[in-house]
Design a protein around this ligand. Structure first.
Ligand code: PEP
Ligand code: MG
Length: 759
């Protein structure tokens, strides 16, 4: 029977899923070796795991050898073929294993029956020793070059899963050392390890707090009776004042942290509190003899009922605000006022959050967020990254049932959670965090590939706080300022003056450097709470971005005027999002020209010559790219949307996230077409979508001629290090090969092959 390498590679995705389903670590490893042995048609497949402290490899699972050896057979680094493969970080393929000078027969596992030997190191990020994957067969010379490629591909795919498994193993070992039998409830306790998807990277730990706001249920009244000892009007007034001052503190804290209008997020709470219909109604009930806490509960629940029945999603979202306020008032009435809603040292687990919730919890110092619904490129993720709050999406709703107060470690870089982790796991993570800190400190002011090609690395900015990070990480400018964020987090449209001040602060943060200000991209998953957006069945296909601006000319002109004024005497670049035709682009440009004429006649200082460009993020724009190149000064490729619209996969819908693939042949060809047209028409081009964060894709982008990227500022050190290790010629070969494939299957196989790594 032929070996089935391509299928094997495809099954690795299955393996990762299998890990979540496995009852135990050994179950998982056993399944892994069985699947690999089956597809490789090999008699034996084994996994050895590496213990870096002891420099020892231990047999962790095997199909074909004597399973009595599992957990017992171990080899030192450099010992035997397996130890040598690990030590020298290279695959070893032997037609006759016993003839290799390093061969070390191990008694009792019947290895001597299998002559053909292939050992491939399992390496995390290409360098960190995780273990060794071994296949063996009785037929000499059974393994060939293609098998090495396939096994290497599997190894790199498995590295992350196995690394996590290793952490778990130390946890299990610690459990096994417990002298007593485990209690029944411990046997049934929640899984200690949960695999999710990274929304915002970082490693943090904290105690679990479950957000009870989901489901829009009611506030629960505390006491049973309204007797004389119940809190009255005086208690209510004190609690109200206490709540107002707590919210003011939170608002100030946000101001300090973000330095922009984000602080206004708590304005909504303050406004509701001061509203006569809200607190006045409570006073009325108290005057009629209802206790203060029951009065609060009753009024809050009336509001919850009202808002949750509303068809307007923005009003529905207010349910959480009102409920939050109710809790705050009740806590203060019950004189637990010292709790000012501070989430320091805590990990928040929630079913669903809106952007304003993310801001609110960040202001309340939450350490990290675990969320069930959302998408990696959804705007709550983008916001969490700006706020530097690690965030992971976990598909399984059971995460909401974790025991409040248990310790959770979030490795948002890998998208994993450890519930109640062992000290050994925590220790490993401490050293990982230290390593990342060192990497961050070694970032350079400019980026060159190995052969000296300059790649300009700019920063995406969502909130003003990102600028600090961009400066820290030596960004060479701002390639995308998402101007909608100050609009989203306000309670009203910011004035032209307020906008001008924000844009000026961006220029001030990057003196003399390139700054691209993108006009409003609202609609889709970004709604303005204070604007009556039309009800849309498909908001992502609706009045989004430039369509919204062209329909709301007053808002558009105000923004353009603010940009032109802030950009006086600066290198101003204005960019229009969501352009689907040359006509849209020219219409938007005409509005800008009107603004220029107005400013001229008003005698205000402004920039009369901004460069004007567009986001290439719609399939229609790709089709007319040459015509757009004639009209525009620059292109920025928005791969987040380009992928969504090319593949018809909602970027915010986690249940179709497996279909949201940046290496789809259609995406690769579209991006190539855009870049090629830009180069031939001498139009400046950059990539500002998340595709530029993926190493395989970065190599592709450099290979097709991209020389400028704009990314989240926290990613700059990692991306720079990768770019510095690239050869442009190698990248060109990689891109050429990728562009030849017509199926995802081929692309996947290539990217996980040796060729994919070194082409
Ligand atoms: C994109 O679409 O790739 C992009 C960068 O813009 P946004 O994520 O704001 O839609
Ligand atoms: Mg976009």
């Amino acid at each position: 029977m032929a070996k089935d390498n391509v299928d094997l590679i495809c099954d690795i995705g299955e393996l990762a899923g299998l890990f979540e389903k496995s009852q135990s670590l050994s179950d998982f490893l056993q399944s892994a070796v069985s699947i690999v042995a089956f597809h490789m048609r090999a008699a034996v497949c084994s996994i050895y795991l590496y213990d870096a402290d002891r420099e020892v490899l231990t047999l962790a699972a095997t199909q074909g050898l004597n399973t009595d050896g599992v957990g017992k057979v171990s080899l030192k680094l450099g010992e035997g073929i397996v130890g040598t493969a690990m030590k020298e970080l290279r695959p070893i393929c032997e037609g006759h294993g016993s003839l290799n000078p390093n061969f070390k027969p191990i008694e009792g596992i019947f290895e001597e029956n299998y002559e053909a030997f292939l050992a491939v190191p399992i390496l995390l990020r290409g360098v960190m020793r995780v273990g060794v994957l071994v296949t063996q067969d009785p037929q000499p010379n059974y393994f060939h070059k293609n098998d090495i490629k396939a096994l290497r591909a599997i190894s790199s795919q498995l590295a992350v899963v196995i690394e996590n498994a290793k952490l778990l193993m130390s946890l299990h070992e610690a459990e096994q050392r417990l002298p007593e039998e485990p209690k029944v409830e411990e046997v049934h306790k929640q899984p200690a390890f949960v695999k999710g998807v990274t929304a915002s990277s970082g490693v943090v730990r904290g105690t679990a707090v479950i957000l009870d706001g989901h489901g829009y249920d009611v506030l629960v009244a505390p006491g049973e009776t309204d007797d004389v000892s119940s809190p009255g009007l005086e208690d209510f007034e004190i609690a109200l004042q206490e709540s107002i001052s707590q919210l003011t503190i939170l608002q100030n804290r946000m101001e300090e942290r973000l330095g922009d209008v984000a602080s206004l997020i708590f304005n909504a709470h303050l406004l509701i509190l001061k509203d006569e219909g809200f607190s006045g109604e409570m006073r009325k009930l108290i005057a009629q003899g209802t206790s203060a806490d029951r009065a609060v509960t009753s009024v809050v629940n009336d509001y919850i009922g009202l808002f949750s029945k509303s068809k307007n999603p923005r009003l529905q979202e207010k349910v959480l605000d009102v409920k939050d306020l109710g809790h705050r008032l009740l806590r203060n009435i019950q004189q637990h006022g010292e709790d000012s809603g501070d989430y320091s040292g805590q990990i928040l687990i929630a079913k669903e959050l809106v952007p304003s919730d993310v801001l609110k919890f960040a202001a309340q110092n939450v350490e990290g967020i675990v969320i069930v619904q959302g998408g990696v490129t959804a705007h709550i993720s983008i916001l969490a990254r700006s706020l530097r709050v690690p965030m992971v999406f976990v598909e399984n709703e059971r995460i909401l049932d974790v025991e409040p107060g248990i310790l959770i470690l979030i490795d948002a870089n890998q998208g994993t959670l450890f519930l109640d982790p062992e000290p050994a796991v925590l220790k490993q993570y401490d050293s990982l965090v230290n390593r990342q800190e060192t990497e961050r400190k070694s970032v350079l002011p400019e980026t060159f590939t190995m052969d000296g090609t300059k790649i300009k690395v700019l920063s995406n900015v969502n909130l003003l706080s990102d600028i600090e990070f961009a400066i820290e990480n030596q960004a060479e400018g701002i390639g995308l300022y998402r101007s909608e964020f100050p609009f989203i987090i306000r309670n009203e449209f910011p004035s032209e003056e307020a906008q001008r001040l924000i844009y000026e602060r961006i220029f001030n943060g990057m003196p003399g450097k390139e700054v691209v200000l993108r006009t409003l991209d609202v609609g889709g998953d970004k709604k303005l709470p204070y604007h009556q957006h039309d009800e849309e069945a498909n908001p992502f296909l609706g009045l989004r971005a430039i369509r919204f601006s062209l329909k709301n000319l007053g808002i558009f002109k105000q923004q353009l005027r603010a940009m032109l004024r802030a950009g006086a005497d600066r290198q101003l670049k204005i960019m229009f999002p969501f352009i689907s035709s040359v006509d849209d682009f020219l219409e938007a440009k005409e509005v800008m020209m009107e603004c220029i004429m107005e400013l001229e006649s008003e005698g205000l200082p402004y920039n009369p010559n901004p460069q004007v460009g567009l986001m290439v993020e719609l399939p229609a724009a790709v089709e007319i790219i040459d015509e757009l190149a004639e009209a525009a000064d620059f292109f920025s490729i928005g791969t987040n949307d380009l992928i969504q619209y090319l593949l018809a996969v909602d970027r915010t819908n986690e249940s179709v996230s497996s279909m949201y693939v940046c290496h789809h042949p259609a995406v690769l060809r579209a991006v190539y077409r855009i870049v090629n047209s830009a180069i031939h028409n001498d139009v400046d081009v950059s990539v500002c979508g998340d595709m530029a964060l993926n190493e395989d894709m970065l190599k592709f982008l450099i290979g097709i001629g991209v020389r400028k990227i704009s990314i989240d500022p926290q990613q700059i050190p990692r991306v720079q290090a990768f770019l510095c290790s690239l050869h442009t010629e190698e990248a060109r070969r990689h891109a050429r090969k990728l562009l030849r494939f017509g199926t995802l299957r081929e692309v996947n196989a290539f990217l996980t092959s040796v060729d994919g790594e070194s082409a």
